[in-house]
Ligand binder design. Structure first.
Ligand code: FUC
Length: 771
């Protein structure tokens, strides 16, 4: 019998309970923990309130918080559209249809790319350091991140004193709070300072306030337009404070609270007239009114409102008592099923911490970036990565976290309308494979990745999914014009290809995969992914216009255009063709990380084991050709795909790779490598898909349960149509399920060989005993 985790954790926690305040609750089993301080950034632990983030290192002699503010990017409002693009478009199309792909790519590279060629990077705010005058060795060191409270802690004893730090970023009070305590009076002494690679100065006010004032920088010829400020208030209980020129020292305090506020002048993508000093001052004044306990309690309550909606258990074992980095190293040994739960809940924690209503969406690194020039600029790559970031949001009951994405897409519909007009002479709006804080939408980086007009259309699918889960008509009214605009762009720009007279996108590409018919370019016409995204976009526009009772004529036009798109095709190896021609086996890179043509299987549901079994078999063949192991996000995508093929064991074997040190850093951040957060979110989505699916008007219980998870239970997963599902299973068999219905929609419920047709009344539920 394995020891129950609450008991194990209570025993562990007992070691850290101090004689005096604060009382330390047992950490939740949903805790990442380590027995040493972080040395590398990918060992540090992330906290965030959607806007203000920090990576906590937890050193004994030096605490280090690397800081981020989500609107601190390089540059300022800019227009990247290229006025030469439109004139080159007919020639580019002619070359593509003549099979002169490499010539087309050359022309596109010269005439049709954005100016500047690259977008603006997301940047670090800087670093906060606390230096402690300690030479004594530390015992009982522990550093952790409790996902249930969203608090990072450090505790150790030194020189006969037990020290503790608690650190969180409050979504309620908009400050990062650090609390230092000791179990004996007068033991806390330190020097605090801030540094930054930004153009900024550090100054002191009143011996208790440290101020970092700066302006963002230029990038790629676009001048910096943002001011920013970080302001730290040091509140010591007892002891003495003195100010240096840019540091504050405190000696012999009993306890200390730090309040850190930070802001930029960013208001939106075309308005940078905010007053960061006013914001941070106001936030500090308001936060100061509250005691540490009140700040902490409000933070926890707000976090738990979202976090506690889903409870998942896959089987508890002794392995849970090991530090998290060791658990990751040993996941493949097979005796720690609950590590998948920690990974799943960590992703939910990350989404709550980096994507809150009113803020910016999760970048390639969520909110956390220590660099001025991060990998791929830590932007929004919208040919997979940003969409993947939001895959778990709805099924994992974090619907609110989608709001920043919705807002970004609404804004891109504005900037993208200019790109549609200037680059294509078209109505509607378009976005290519990246965007940034300034909502740039023109094609960037070069023809082989950039000349892909589908980024906006794919994002519209994310927006539509939010409607499918929530059925919120006010929301639908808001996003419908954006969906319609995305569709209008294609009504104006699809062209007839010469062989079969299908309507196709041209020029385009199958994300980042070279066209096998070309020497050295991805450029092509109508890759399968484009056609799949368009089938969804058009179908969703038709459905939305029916629900809203608008645009009958437009609806007919969209339906007629949809009927003229190319069909999905099965190639000579039995694979789903990635291109119009059967070229997959001649691929430049057979195991390419992108599996774009499988979009139809997941995240879309056009390809389905029940409704289109031949296409599902072809998708499986394509997956087998591609192989299981890829970059972090690409590995995560494969888990979702195998779950949709109802092969839980295959999905699990890929999860084992994702959750190994090759693809998971010690702090559980996903390794592309380097760190990219999409793998965390894609992995969580994959775990959810193994347990519950709800595409095509059917709720499927345990559709891809692997042998590795014979016993478990889950509560709070969401299904399309306004359902919430709790389940328990034993020996690989469902023993009970509760389906709660918000709206009373009829639904087919499926488990194993059994299907039931349910009509649950709004607000009611159906209880199934597994028979
Ligand atoms: C796409 C991927 C890369 C990377 C980048 C941010 O271009 O092909 O692997 O994830 O986005």
């Amino acid at each position: 019998m394995p020891t129950p985790p609450r008991i194990i954790f209570a025993a562990l926690a007992a070691v850290f309970i101090f004689q005096t305040s604060p009382a330390v609750e047992s950490p939740s089993p949903l805790t990442l923990f380590y027995t040493n301080a972080a040395v590398k950034w990918t060992e540090a632990l992330p906290i965030g309130n959607g806007r203000l983030g920090a990576m906590v290192f937890g050193g004994v002699g030096r605490e280090h918080l690397q800081l981020n503010e989500s609107t601190l990017w390089a540059g300022g409002p800019y227009d990247p559209n290229n006025t030469n693009a439109l004139a080159a478009l007919p020639e580019a199309r002619k070359l593509v249809f003549a099979g002169q792909y490499d010539d087309a790519a050359k022309l596109i590279g010269e005439k049709m790319m954005a100016v500047p060629l690259r977008q603006m990077p997301y940047e670090t705010l800087g670093d906060l350091f606390l230096d402690f005058p300690t030479n004594a060795a530390a015992d009982n060191y522990r550093r952790d991140l409790d996902l249930d409270t969203a608090i990072a802690s450090v505790s150790f004893s030194s020189g006969g004193v037990n020290f503790r730090r608690e650190i969180f970023s409050s979504p309620v009070d908009q400050v990062i709070v650090i609390r230092l305590t000791a179990d004996k009076p007068g033991q806390i002494s330190f020097k605090v300072g801030m540094t930054t690679p930004q153009n900024a100065t550090v100054s002191i006010e009143h011996t208790n306030t440290l101020i970092l004032r700066g302006a963002n920088g230029e990038a790629r010829g676009i001048k910096g337009a943002l001011k920013f400020q970080a302001r730290l208030r040091v509140l010591a209980d007892g002891g003495a404070s003195t100010a240096g020129s840019n540091t504050i020292s405190v000696t012999k305090a009993d306890a200390v609270t730090f309040l850190l506020a930070a802001a930029t002048s960013y208001k939106n993508y075309h308005d940078v007239s905010g007053d960061p000093e006013l914001s941070v001052k106001n936030e500090l004044v308001a936060a100061r009114q509250k005691s540490f306990e009140k700040l902490r309690a409000a933070h926890i309550a707000e976090h738990q409102k979202l976090f506690r909606r889903v409870d998942l258990n896959l089987g508890e074992t002794e392995a849970m008592t090991l530090p998290t980095d060791q658990r990751i190293a040993h996941f493949a040994d097979g005796n720690d099923p609950q590590l998948a739960v920690l990974y799943f809940q960590f992703a939910r924690y990350l989404l709550i911490s980096c994507s809150r209503p009113g803020g910016q969406p999760a970048t390639l690194q969520g909110l956390w970036n220590d660099s001025m020039m991060p990998p791929w600029d830590s932007k929004y790559t919208i040919n997979i990565n940003t969409e993947m970031n939001y895959w778990p949001a709805e099924p994992c009951n974090l619907s609110e976290c989608v709001e920043p994405l919705t807002q970004m897409v609404l804004e891109m519909a504005d900037t993208g309308a200019r790109t549609a007009k200037i680059h294509y002479g078209a109505r509607g709006w378009v976005a290519h494979h990246n965007t940034d804080l300034w909502r740039a939408t023109a094609p960037i980086d070069g023809p082989n990745s950039g000349m892909w007009p589908m980024g906006g259309a794919w994002l519209c699918q994310n927006l539509w999914e939010h409607y499918l889960f929530t059925e919120d008509k006010t929301y639908l009214k808001k996003i419908y014009p954006v969906m319609k605009g995305a569709a209008e762009f294609f009504l104006d720009t699809l062209v007839e290809e010469p062989t079969n007279h299908w309507l196709v996108t041209c020029p385009s590409l199958s994300p980042e995969n070279k066209n096998p018919a070309a020497k050295n370019t991805s450029i092509t016409a109508e890759p399968t992914m484009d056609l799949e995204i368009l089938r969804d976009l058009f179908a969703n526009c038709i459905r939305a216009s029916e629900i809203l009772g608008v645009d009958e004529k437009f609806r007919r036009q969209v339906a007629a255009t949809r009927a003229r798109l190319a069909p999905l095709q099965i190639g000579s190896a039995g694979q789903l063709q990635e291109w119009l021609q059967d070229l997959d086996l001649q691929s430049h890179e057979l195991h390419h990380r992108h599996v774009s043509h499988l979009y139809g299987l997941f995240p879309s549901a056009q390809i389905d084991v029940n409704t289109t079994p031949e296409l599902a078999a072809a998708a499986q063949k394509s997956l087998e050709i591609r192989g299981d192991q890829a970059t972090g996000w690409a590995t995560a995508w494969r888990i979702n795909l195998w779950a949709r093929l109802h092969d839980g064991n295959h999905a699990f074997s890929i999860l084992e790779f994702l959750l190994s040190p090759a693809r998971t850093f010690p702090d559980m951040f996903d390794a592309h490598p380097p760190f990219q957060i999409d793998g965390n979110f894609g992995g969580a989505s994959g775990i959810a898909e193994m347990l519950l699916q709800s595409q095509n008007d059917e709720i499927q219980l345990l559709p891809a349960l692997p042998k590795a998870w014979p016993n478990g239970h889950v509560t709070g997963l969401r299904a399309r149509g306004g359902f919430e599902v709790d389940m328990a299973w034993h020996d690989g068999k469902l023993v009970s399920a509760k389906i709660k219905s918000q709206f009373g929609n009829p639904v087919r419920l499926h488990y194993d060989q059994t299907t039931k047709f349910l009509k649950i009344k709004p607000g009611g539920f159906y209880q199934w005993d597994g028979q």
